[in-house]
Design a protein around this ligand. Structure first.
Ligand code: SF4
Length: 433
C-alpha cells in the first residue's frame, strides 16, 4: 500500500472523492509497488481504485481517456526507495570524488525505473528475473551500462561476482523486443582493443534491438589512492579505439542501415582527429553521453551566425570552459568576432584543479577553479558559462558555490550559454529573452 500525499485539483481522482491521506492498495486488482506499476495500470480508460481509508476498504470507479493522469501524488517520485548499485566498478567516478561534497553526489543509483523515466544507465546486476519479466511485460525500453560482454572481465571491472551471469538479461531483453541503448566506459588495458571488438560483435548479434551504443573514455581524477590502477587514453590509444569503432560503424551500416555504435567526442579530441560530419551521428541518439555534442554545436552556431545581424554598440564578453571544449569554443568565438567587429569574446580554458588536470570536461568545472584562474583577468561585461557547470534547475556549482559567489569574487555578471549553438551565439551577442 502507498500513502497518497495529495490530489491534483480538478483531476479524475478528486472528482470521485479520493482524499489525501488515503492508502492506495491496488488498481484494477493489481497491487502497486512503485511508479511504474502506477503508470502502467492507471493508463487504462476504466480504472477501479482500491483504497483504504481509516481501516475501511473503498472502491472508486473512474472513467477517463487512455493515459490521462488520475491525479494522485505520492511522497516520493518513485513511490519507493531509489535502488542503489551493488557494484564497485574499478572506474566508478563517485569513488574518485574528493570528500566533503554534497551528500546526494555520492549516491550510486542503479535503478531500472530511472532508466525508463529519466534515461539513467543501469547495469542490471541488482535485478532478478521477475524485474526483467516486468520490463518485458510493460514493454519498457532501457539504457544499459554493458562495459564488456566478456563475463569474467565484467566481474573484474565491476567487482561484482554476478556481473558476468547478468549479461544473460541483455540477450533476454533484446530477444523479447525491448530496445536497448548501451554504454561502454572504455578503460585502456582492460576493455579496449580485442575486448572492445568482442563486445561490439556480441551486441551486434542482438540488432536491431540494440538501438545505439556509446563508447566513452574513462575519467580519472587525482583521488584514486588505494583504488585499481587505471590509465587514461593517450593520443595513440584513442586513435586505435576510434578505428575499431569506425570499422564496426561501417559493418553495421552495411548490414543494418545504421552505424549504431559511436565514440564520444572526447576520443576525437584526445586523438587530435577532426570531428565527424553531422551525418555520422545519424539522429544523435547518444547525445547525452557526449556523442556529437561538439559537431552539433559547431553546425548550429554556423547556422545562427549566418542569420545573425549585429545591433547596438561594442560588446566585450568572456567564456569559461573546460580544456576539452576549449578549441571548439575558441574557434566559434573567433568566427563571431570576424563577422562582427563590434564583438570581443575572450575564451578561457579552466584547468580542473578540483578533480585533477586529467578531468577536462566543462561539466566538472567548479566555481573555485573559475574564481582562482580568472580573478586577475579582464572579463568584460559578462562571463558566459555552459549550463552543465550548474546543478540542473539551480544556480549551484559542483562545489556548492553559487553563481552569485562567482559574480561577487570576479566582479562580473554570469550568464549561461544555453543548450545549443543558437543560444551560445545569443549569449555572445547579449541577446536577452
Ligand atoms: S554501477 Fe559502477 S560506476 Fe555506476 S555507480 Fe555503481 S559502482 Fe559506480
Amino acid at each position: 500500500m502507498v500513502k497518497i500525499n495529495s490530489i491534483i485539483p480538478g483531476s479524475p481522482a478528486e472528482k470521485v472523492g479520493v482524499l489525501a491521506g488515503d492508502l492506495l492498495n491496488s488498481i484494477n486488482g493489481h497491487s502497486v509497488r512503485d511508479v511504474l506499476d502506477y503508470m502502467y495500470y492507471a493508463a487504462e480508460t476504466e480504472v477501479v481504485l482500491d483504497i483504504i481509508r481509516d481501516g475501511e476498504q473503498l472502491d472508486f470507479n473512474i472513467s477517463k481517456d487512455e493515459y490521462d493522469d488520475l491525479g494522485l501524488e505520492f511522497e516520493t517520485f518513485l513511490m519507493d526507495k531509489k535502488q542503489s548499485c551493488s557494484n564497485k566498478c574499478v572506474f566508478c567516478f563517485i569513488d574518485q570524488m574528493p570528500p566533503g561534497m554534497r551528500e546526494t553526489l555520492y549516491f550510486k543509483d542503479d535503478d531500472a525505473r530511472l532508466s525508463f523515466l529519466q534515461g539513467n544507465y543501469v547495469t542490471l546486476t541488482n535485478m532478478k528475473q521477475a524485474d526483467i519479466d516486468r520490463i518485458i511485460e510493460m514493454k519498457l525500453n532501457i539504457n544499459v551500462s554493458v562495459h564488456t560482454t566478456n563475463p569474467e572481465l565484467r566481474v573484474k571491472m565491476m567487482h561484482n561476482r554476478f556481473a558476468g551471469e547478468k549479461l544473460k538479461f541483455i540477450r533476454q531483453l533484446a530477444e523479447s523486443g525491448i530496445k536497448l541503448n548501451c554504454q561502454v566506459v572504455c578503460c585502456p588495458g582492460l576493455n579496449d582493443g580485442d575486448e572492445l571488438r568482442r563486445t561490439l560483435s556480441d551486441l551486434g548479434e542482438l540488432m536491431p534491438n540494440i538501438t545505439s551504443m556509446a563508447v566513452v573514455p574513462v575519467g580519472v581524477t587525482k583521488y584514486r589512492q588505494g583504488l585499481f590502477p587505471l590509465k587514461t587514453f593517450d593520443k595513440k590509444g584513442a586513435g586505435e579505439t576510434i578505428d575499431i569503432i569506425e570499422s564496426y560503424q561501417r559493418e553495421f551500416l552495411e548490414k543494418f542501415g545504421t552505424r549504431t555504435v559511436f565514440p564520444s567526442d572526447e576520443f576525437y579530441l584526445i586523438a587530435e582527429r577532426p570531428l565527424p560530419e553531422a551525418e555520422a551521428y545519424e539522429d544523435y541518439s547518444q547525445f547525452e553521453n557526449g556523442v556529437g555534442m561538439l559537431r552539433s554545436l559547431i553546425d548550429e552556431f554556423g547556422q545562427a551566425l549566418d542569420m545573425a545581424e549585429w545591433e547596438g554598440g561594442k560588446r566585450f564578453v568572456s567564456i569559461a570552459t573546460g580544456y576539452s571544449a576549449f578549441g571548439t569554443i575558441d574557434m566559434l568565438a573567433k568566427q563571431a568576432e570576424q563577422k562582427f567587429p563590434e564583438l570581443r569574446c575572450d575564451v578561457h580554458r579552466i584547468r580542473n584543479d578540483f578533480f585533477g588536470e586529467t578531468i577536462t570536461v566543462s561539466g566538472l568545472i567548479t566555481a573555485q577553479d573559475i574564481i582562482a584562474q580568472l580573478k586577475d583577468k579582464e572579463l568584460g561585461s559578462e562571463l558566459i558559462i555552459p549550463p552543465n557547470m550548474l546543478k540542473r534547475d539551480s544556480d549551484l556549482f559542483l562545489d556548492d558555490l553559487r553563481v552569485s559567489d562567482v559574480e561577487e569574487a570576479l566582479g562580473v555578471k554570469l550568464r549561461t550559454s544555453g543548450s545549443d549553438g543558437f543560444e551560445l551565439l545569443d549569449a555572445m551577442m547579449g541577446i536577452e529573452y
